[in-house]
Design a protein around this ligand. Structure first.
Ligand SMILES: [Zn+2]
Length: 290
């Protein structure tokens, strides 16, 4: 990769941070994953991000990145990570995440991933990109543009109530979609560490795992029907770790979505073609903009 122009990119997730060096055409030249030390508190997470950025910015094979792109969850502006329920931080300046002498751009993880889908994936004018991992959030594309809403809160589909007075959610509400259908919730409800383990038990005929998986599928179908009726998308693209379940997830969710829509056709539903790299590529796009 000597001589190739690149940026350093870090996508901070609830359990894993994905870092890498990304060329302008979206080629990932180097990639590395590190655990997010969420249980150790906000300060430790910020320090771990800063160390990751510094390591990625060290010259290697004659190449040094030209800028840094950083994608984090929660409410984010160009200069501050304003709030994250997952990490418990408030008003963290971009300089706390990246102590390097390079331009640094900060952005929202899901919107960054949505932008990567638009640039490198297969987009469209009216699309919902829905990464499902530790949590669930959506990147809403309306008439070809990402829609952020008045305060940057648009697309919080994971916190739409799907079961009135249902399970408590980490956000403080009850009955949220994320409490049933996020990879994190699916695993936790079955006492497993990953949704993959739950799906394996479903395939083995385990009733308890089957019930949890079934409720995830039902609630996703319900939330996507609500979204469809409100915004009439052409396509819904599921990303994140749960999308790796493929047809075991998509086929039943597609069926539920169709059943919920009595008088109109269902939009297309498919897995992201970026194979879980949308967040990293989105952070790379932020870096190129810096
Ligand atoms: Zn919630």
């Amino acid at each position: 990769m000597a001589g190739v122009e690149c940026v350093a990119a870090v996508d901070v997730g609830g359990t894993t941070m994905k870092g890498g060096l990304v060329a302008r055409d979206g080629t990932i030249l180097y990639t590395e994953r590190r655990p997010t030390p969420r249980a150790e508190g906000a300060d430790r997470v910020i320090a771990a991000i800063s160390a990751f950025v510094s390591d990625l910015c060290r010259p290697r094979a004659g190449t040094r990145p030209a800028a840094v792109g950083l994608a984090v969850p929660g409410l984010v502006t160009d200069t501050h990570a304003v709030f994250s329920a997952a990490f418990g931080w408030r008003d963290v300046p971009v300089s706390a995440f990246a102590d390097v002498d390079l331009p640094v751009a900060l952005g929202h993880d899901v919107r960054a991933a949505g932008e990567a889908e638009l640039v490198y994936g297969e987009g469209g004018e009216d699309v919902l990109f829905l990464p499902i991992g530790t949590g669930i959030a959506g990147a809403v594309v309306l008439s070809g543009s990402l829609y952020g809403g008045t305060g940057g809160w648009a697309g919080q589909i994971g916190h739409i109530p799907v079961r009135p007075d249902g399970l408590p959610c980490g956000c403080g509400q009850r009955g949220c979609l994320a409490a049933y259908a996020s990879a994190g919730a699916i695993a936790a409800r079955c006492g497993e560490t990953s949704a993959e383990d739950v799906l394996r038990r479903v395939r083995e005929g385990d009733d308890a795992a089957g019930a949890v998986w079934g409720e995830a599928v039902d609630t996703l179908g319900l939330a996507l029907a609500t979204y469809t009726l409100l915004l009439d998308p052409a396509l819904i693209v599921i990303g994140g770790g749960l999308s790796l379940a493929g047809d075991a997830l998509l086929d039943p969710v597609r069926a539920r979505l169709r059943e919920r829509l009595a008088f109109r056709p269902a939009p297309g539903l498919r897995a992201s073609r970026l194979g879980g790299q949308a967040g990293l590529l989105g952070a790379g796009l932020l870096g190129w903009r810096a």
